[in-house]
Design a protein around this ligand. Structure first.
Ligand code: SAM
Ligand code: SF4
Length: 349
């Protein structure tokens, strides 16, 4: 990781810069994803090993520090902010951060504050999320079968997630369901999930499994190219490409039979990097400029170095100047090691 401490020692002349973040390939960075914790109350088999070692709590930025970091990014042109994890809603006192960030929605500085959640805590937090200015959320759900749900999440309770979805819809939150497409696990269930999601007014997105972090299983066994899933779905449904965009990497179709939208996130079969507008911040203040690369920048040191944001703004500019063109994920039998060693729960996907 590039340490900012060196530049602090040299006392380089740093100027607070609120200019928009434009990377070396001319892409404006307007979307920040923040992993507020690496911990989770589930252990999805494709995401985590069953016995994970998590960061010591003392290494985490406080919620006040995360708020300051996020606010710096908003000052530099971020318009969409997503809280993720691990499971964002298991971080103690998380609603403090949500409420603070919600002020930027109120002021018009942010277009959207959203989160990606496994849904386990939604019944408790849905109303408060809405009250803080959250309007749309992503809920990850890979199956509608309670038994299979237990199998894939190891520790999850399907009925609790369903209660969470009910509560969120009742609170007025728009939901998008995210399913990782897994060969021999849910590939034949996707049509049923699609009908369920669209029947309840929810969009749905399918995601290819990515080679991130060591897990017990071999991801090659699960990898299902979405080109194949799409071809299978087209035998039953009429899928019409639409230009709908949510600021993320999904490409959408309208499903004529259900009238709903289905998104495909295809990091493996169709690289979507050319239009990348995102960077990812971890709960320790490390900024990853690309989900699929190891290069990162330490923002914790400049954050803590001074009460003014000058060092921090300069460190952000320096990091953005290193944003790579894209990733190059490969899953096959020859590549036994994950492309990046960190788990998805570190950067939140
Ligand atoms: N815990 C929350 C959840 O599950 O929604 C937020 C964090 S989770 C890491 C974010 C998303 O990443 C989830 O939709 C999950 O299914 C997906 N994910 C995790 N590991 C993945 C992998 N190796 N490949 C593709 N998607 C993955
Ligand atoms: Fe937890 Fe989300 Fe990873 Fe599942 S996908 S283990 S819910 S972080």
């Amino acid at each position: 990781m590039n340490s900012f401490a060196g530049s602090l020692d040299r006392a380089a002349p740093l100027v607070a810069d609120k200019a928009p973040m434009i990377d070396p390939f001319g892409r404006a960075v307007t979307y920040l994803r923040v992993s507020v914790t690496d911990r989770c109350d589930f252990r999805c088999t494709y995401c985590m090993a069953e016995h994970m070692s998590f960061l010591p709590k003392k290494d985490l930025l406080t919620l006040e520090e995360l708020n300051r970091l996020c606010s710096a990014f908003i000052a530099k042109g971020v318009r969409k902010l997503r809280l993720t994890g691990g499971e964002p809603l298991v971080r103690k006192n998380i609603m403090f951060l949500v409420r603070e960030l919600g002020r930027h929605v109120q002021s018009g500085a942010l277009d959207e504050l959203t989160l990606t959640t496994n849904g386990s805590q939604l019944a408790r937090y849905a109303d408060e999320l809405y009250d803080c200015g959250v309007r749309r959320i992503n809920v990850s759900l890979d199956t509608l079968d309670p038994q299979k749900f237990k199998e894939i999440t190891r520790w999850g309770d399907f009925h609790k997630v369903m209660e969470g979805i009910d509560a969120a819809q009742k609170a007025g939150l728009k939901i998008k369901l995210n399913a990782v497409a897994l060969k021999d696990f849910n590939e034949h269930e996707i049509p049923e999930m699609l009908r369920f999601a669209h029947g309840r007014g929810m969009d749905m997105t399918v995601i290819e499994t990515m080679p991130m972090g060591e897990i017990e299983e071999d991801r090659t066994d699960w990898y299902l190219p979405l080109s194949k899933l799409r071809a299978d779905l087209e035998e039953r449904f009429t899928l019409v490409d639409i230009p709908y965009k949510t600021g993320g990497p999904a490409r959408y179709v309208e499903v004529k039979e259900t009238g709903g939208r289905l998104g495909f996130i295809t990091p493996m079969t169709h690289n979507f990097c050319e239009s990348c507008n995102r960077v990812r911040l971890t709960c320790t203040g490390t900024l990853y400029m690309c989900l699929g690369q190891n290069d990162a920048a330490d923002l914790c040191t400049p954050l803590r170095a001074s009460e003014s944001d000058d060092y921090l703004m300069a460190a952000i500019d320096e990091a953005i100047s290193r944003k790579p063109k894209g990733h190059d994920f490969i899953i096959d039998r020859k590549h036994k090691k994950p492309a990046v060693a960190r788990h998805m729960s570190v950067t939140g996907g």
